[in-house]
Design a protein around this ligand. Structure first.
Ligand code: PNW
Length: 483
């Protein structure tokens, strides 16, 4: 509604950050080079049926060997910041001693970015947990949080002098609930309340790392949460309203409330009170002092937003993808204790992921964060869309659908900025096509097309469009009449 009205020529603030984002396992390849050992994604992607077509990140887009070329392309496309993640099993193989050869890659990457005027934005954990830690229980083991702090310190000691912004975790909702409840993501465990336990230990890892890096002088620390906007199918039906509340609690407030209010939401605790892990109520993993650590102040909030959902508490068959649907595995709900909830289609257009294109949800989400939580600078650390992009006969990759998607989502961001929400920048997911987790190479999110047979990179038409936006800060009206 509001966003649809928001047409015409729009200018973003001059210091608005125009970024691009990736993650280590999705792009690097070179999984056994320079001392790197296995992560949970190396293991999971070998499990038959876990990843579409049996794809793995073994080669990915070979970024480990093509880093300079990739940074040059980003610079050419006008990126002012690059959000990347560090692979824990490169820096501390088998979660053991620091591996200088593994750290050296990120040292070179950071220098390369700086030499091209691109600000590095570093994510410490984008899902590649060392397999040895999973063998000891992974994120359901409290010790993993302490091991994360050790690892964070070694990265900060090496790069803290040159990297201004540090994100602890990317999307702990996915790590916890897709990894340990639904099993759609590594480590593929389908253990109900284990997702809540993993979620708590991820939050603890975040909080402890924030405290430790803060004491070492870090002054721009944050986390990237994938937040959603749940709308009850029928706002007058208490069953649908309750379903939407449950999704909000498990997807949004389970993370936002401990971080910003130092407490888990009362309704979530009530809904999940009967759920046990290892024979005990899950909530017993929350120790005295944990919430104080988790609520250690942060400086920036990263928001990853793709879509919201209509939510119903009734059985429905006219449903849309919620992102976790996986072609080759039993579909289990990631929403522990609320497995009855369904996600009816609103009839909106969808991307190649089956995700609804819903820019007005982004506007409402930004407003809600502004109204309900401390007013930190917010960065969209991921937004983007998968489409079935392929080169035309002339070699050009034309993706007008992605341009239309970005135009709509950025109008939503602009509206929020006009209304006073402090949004500092936008990172396109992704810089290039890459390993899309359970979907392997079948889904293309990049501004830059990758031919996986040759590793040739071709900027799509959206990349030229984004470069123009990054250079001018101006979104033009669709018909170009204001040029
Ligand atoms: C995010 N879900 O992943 C990640 O941060 C990226 O690594 C990823 O490539 C991108 O979004 C696109 O998927 C998600 O099932 C994966 O709800 C799955 C879900 C959400 C986010």
């Amino acid at each position: 509604a509001a966003v649809v009205e928001h047409r015409g020529r729009l200018s973003f603030p001059p210091d608005f950050v125009w970024g691009m984002a990736t993650a280590s396992y999705q792009i690097e390849g070179a999984v056994a080079e320079d001392g790197r050992t296995a992560s949970i994604w190396d293991t999971f992607s070998q499990v038959p049926g876990a990843v579409m077509s049996g794809d793995t990140g073994e080669v990915a887009v070979d970024h480990y060997h093509r880093m300079r070329e990739d940074v040059a392309i980003m610079a050419d496309l006008g990126a002012s910041s690059y959000r990347f993640s560090v692979a824990w099993p490169r820096v501390r193989p088998d979660a053991g001693a620091v591996n200088p050869a593994g750290l050296a890659f990120y040292d070179r990457l950071v220098d390369e970015l700086l030499s091209r005027g691109i600000a590095p934005w570093l994510t410490l954990y984008h899902w590649d947990l060392p397999q040895v830690l999973e063998d000891a229980g992974g994120w359901t083991n409290r010790d993993t949080a302490h091991r994360f702090v050790e690892y964070a310190v070694s990265v900060h000691e090496a790069l803290g002098d040159r990297v201004p912004t540090w994100t602890t975790l990317n999307e702990p909702w996915c790590s916890a609930f897709l990894g340990y409840s639904a099993g759609h993501h590594a480590p593929g465990r389908q253990e109900g309340a284990a997702g809540l336990v993993a979620g708590h230990h991820l939050l603890l890892a975040h909080g402890l790392a924030v405290q430790e890096l803060r004491s070492r002088g870090a002054d721009r620390l944050g986390i990237s949460l994938n937040l959603t906007v749940p709308d009850p199918s029928d706002p007058d039906d208490p069953v649908d309203v309750d379903a939407a509340r449950r999704i909000d609690s498990l997807h949004n407030r389970f993370f936002l409330d401990p971080i910003f209010r130092g407490a888990y939401p009362a309704d979530l605790l009530e809904d999940t009170a009967g759920l046990t892990f290892d024979g005990r109520p899950w909530v017993e993993v929350v120790h005295d002092g944990d919430l104080a650590a988790i609520s250690a102040p942060i400086d920036v909030l990263g928001v990853n937003y793709y879509h919201g959902n209509e939510v119903s508490g009734h059985p429905r068959t006219d449903v849309v993808g919620i992102g976790s649907d996986q072609p080759d595995r039993v579909a289990l709900s990631p929403f522990v204790g609320s497995e009855h909830v369904t996600f009816p289609s609103r009839g909106l257009p969808v991307t190649d992921m089956g995700w609804e294109i819903q820019p007005e949800g982004l506007h409402r989400l930004l407003r809600r964060l502004h109204d309900d939580y401390p007013r930190l600078p917010v960065y969209l650390t991921e937004t983007g869309a998968a489409f079935a992009d392929r080169p035309d006969d002339d070699g050009e990759v034309r993706d007008p659908d992605r341009i239309a998607f970005l135009d709509a989502y950025l109008r939503a961001v602009h509206l929020a900025v006009e209304e006073g929400v402090d949004v500092g920048g936008f990172f396109h997911w992704s810089y290039c096509d890459n390993f899309e987790w359970a979907f392997g190479y079948a889904k293309r999110f990049g501004l830059v097309h990758v031919d996986y047979a040759t590793q040739v990179r071709t900027p799509k038409s959206s990349a030229r469009w984004y470069a123009d936006l990054a250079r001018t800060g101006v979104l033009h009206s669709a018909d170009g009449s204001d040029h």
